[in-house]
Design a protein around this ligand. Structure first.
Ligand code: NOJ
Length: 553
């Protein structure tokens, strides 16, 4: 009888987590990862040849920046054909092989989807601009001049200057949030929406595991095209785009219906992920999870890219983000990408080790940028070598993105083992020391730190999916606990250049050091005062008492 009753009791179900919640995302900028044919530009075969490395490193998913046919005015973010491969990167056969190889290495493949704008060389735009009554006219955003002449409103291009381009042939302006060669698509047009959803279907059928959606918050613009208001905080010398607040040109309420359409489609396939590139304040960002989580799975959280690098600010960011997440919304953290200065340059090489520990011990999917795991730094680019259109259109303000896009440093051989030819961007001078080969065998290297952090994270559910409990933030010290059931870790990060102590017994903790960013610290048991050296990060496995009094390690 008792046994029957026991059977009738509903068993508590363990929460289950999917791959993109447990996993680590690694961004590959295809131009710069690995060149297989000596033309100085990375390619798909090159990437395929490096999967053993990625497997060794322990990442779970590759997000590949655009590989589609493109005039490369914005290095692939100006797409001329959404369902083909640029010959510079390979063929569709290479792509199919890439999918197979990625999966054979137990890695997922996430493509970059660029729906806000196409290239002006896309056949759709060529048609659209051909006449006012062309069926594809409305696939882009055309507008009459303002009543007195000139652009329809004051909106600015992200890459400098106005966002409207006059087309004399049809005497209207088209809108481009980025380069004039990147006309914005009109997501209020149902045929355009259908065509773009078909693009997603095309790649899903080919086996990709998801998409990172470029500038997702831009897709819908104000239907009345009202002027954007001035930004009272803008100062001379800052990015000219910031002169106006993008109140009417982005983040319109109707965008969420579009996101839901994408999500519904992606959900028709098993186990896929939708990630949104969204630069918005946290309370707006989290709206992109959608009502009842019908939006993107992962609205990229860029706060670590933008944060003031100190314990207090980072503690505040973590707390505000955790508090803002909707019920069931899975967090994520991004430490670097192809648009922002590299972490080792933003905060310096020692603090970059702390940043690695922070990224890989926070709650939520971590995204790291190729080369950050070996401590690559921004490379100063001589004016004659500048490639990035942003640096060309708004020169001298340090906005150019070439410095963080230089070739991956694989070995100490010529061109860092990236290419047999002339690399498309200069290779960092530090490559004889900062490279994969040299760092793999050096226990104190950045790469060893990353690989150890990743391994611990992958083995420990407390770090992968556990809750985050803030412990103490005083002065330069940031500390928190990650906990899943009986297993718990304390993370203590000293952002300052003086030693710090944290009285852990006072918090009821004792433990054993698992990992230090200094690496040459033994696996000491700790109780009482935990001593944290200048700019050191510590990961401490906490000993927890079971009910029977046994200590679990
Ligand atoms: C965001 C991308 O990350 C960036 O590289 C690109 O220039 C713009 N979107 C425009 O597509």
């Amino acid at each position: 009888m008792q046994a029957e009753q026991a059977q009738a009791q509903p068993q508590p179900t363990e929460p289950t987590y999917v791959w993109w919640q447990r996993g680590i995302i690694y961004e590959v900028y295809p131009h710069s990862f690995m060149d297989s044919n000596g033309d100085g530009v990375g390619d798909l075969k090159g990437l395929i040849s490096r999967f053993d490395y990625l497997r060794w490193l322990g990442i779970d998913a590759v997000w590949l920046s655009p590989i589609y046919p493109s005039p490369m005015k914005d290095f692939g973010y100006d797409v001329a054909d959404y369902t083909a491969i640029h010959p510079r990167f390979g063929t569709m056969e290479d792509f199919d092989r890439l999918v197979r190889e990625t999966h054979a290495h137990d890695i997922k493949l996430i493509l970059d989807f660029v729906p806000n704008h196409s290239s002006d060389q896309h056949p759709w735009f060529i048609e659209s601009r051909s006449s006012r009554d062309n069926p594809k006219r409305d696939w882009y955003i055309w507008h009459d001049p303002a009543p007195g002449g000139g652009p329809p409103n004051n909106w600015l291009s992200n890459f400098g200057g106005g966002a409207w381009e006059y087309d004399p042939k049809t005497a209207q302006y088209y809108y481009h949030a980025f380069l004039r060669e990147q006309p914005d698509l009109n997501w209020r047009n149902p045929q355009l929406v259908e065509a773009m959803l078909n693009v997603l279907r095309f790649w899903l059928e080919r086996g990709v595991d998801g998409f990172r959606v470029d500038v997702l918050w831009h897709l819908i613009k104000d239907d009345q095209f009202r002027h954007n208001p001035p930004n009272p905080y803008w100062r001379e010398g800052a990015d000219p785009y910031q002169k106006l607040l993008e109140l009417h040109s982005t983040d319109q309420a109707e965008v969420h219906a579009v996101v839901t359409r994408m999500r519904r489609l992606v959900d028709q396939y098993q186990d896929r992920v939708l990630i949104g590139e969204i630069y918005l304040p946290v309370e707006r960002l989290v709206q992109y999870y959608g009502i009842d989580l019908s939006g993107v799975h992962v609205p990229f959280n860029f706060q670590l890219l933008l944060a003031k690098w100190n314990a207090r600010d980072i503690a505040r960011i973590i707390a505000e983000y955790e508090a803002a997440l909707p019920k069931g919304g899975w967090p994520n953290w991004v430490l670097g990408n192809h648009d922002r200065s590299r972490i080792a340059s933003r905060v310096g090489p020692t603090q970059a080790r702390l940043a690695a520990m922070l990224l890989l011990t926070l709650r939520g999917t971590p995204t790291l940028y190729y080369g950050d795991e070996i401590g690559m730094r921004d490379v100063e680019i001589q004016p004659a070598k500048v490639q990035d259109p942003f640096e060309k259109t708004v020169p001298g303000l340090g906005l150019g993105r070439d410095p963080q896009r230089t070739p991956m440093q694989w070995t100490a051989a010529k061109n860092a083992g990236f290419t047999e030819g002339e690399p498309w961007l200069p290779i960092a001078e530090d490559y004889p020391q900062i490279n994969v080969e040299a760092e793999r065998d050096d226990p104190f290297s950045m790469l060893s730190l990353y690989s150890r952090l990743i391994k611990v994270r992958r083995c420990e559910s407390a770090l992968e999916v556990g809750v985050l409990e803030p412990v103490e933030t005083t002065g330069d010290l940031l500390s928190y606990v990650r906990r899943d059931g009986e297993s718990a870790f304390l993370v203590a990060l000293n952002f300052g250049t003086k030693p710090e102590t944290l009285n852990i017994s006072g918090k009821g903790f004792e433990g054993r050091i698992t990992l230090s960013t200094w690496l040459n610290r033994s696996a000491d048991s700790v109780r009482g005062d935990l001593y944290i050296r200048p700019e050191e990060g510590l990961l401490v496995r906490l000993l927890t008492q079971t009910q029977s009094g046994d200590v679990l390690i």
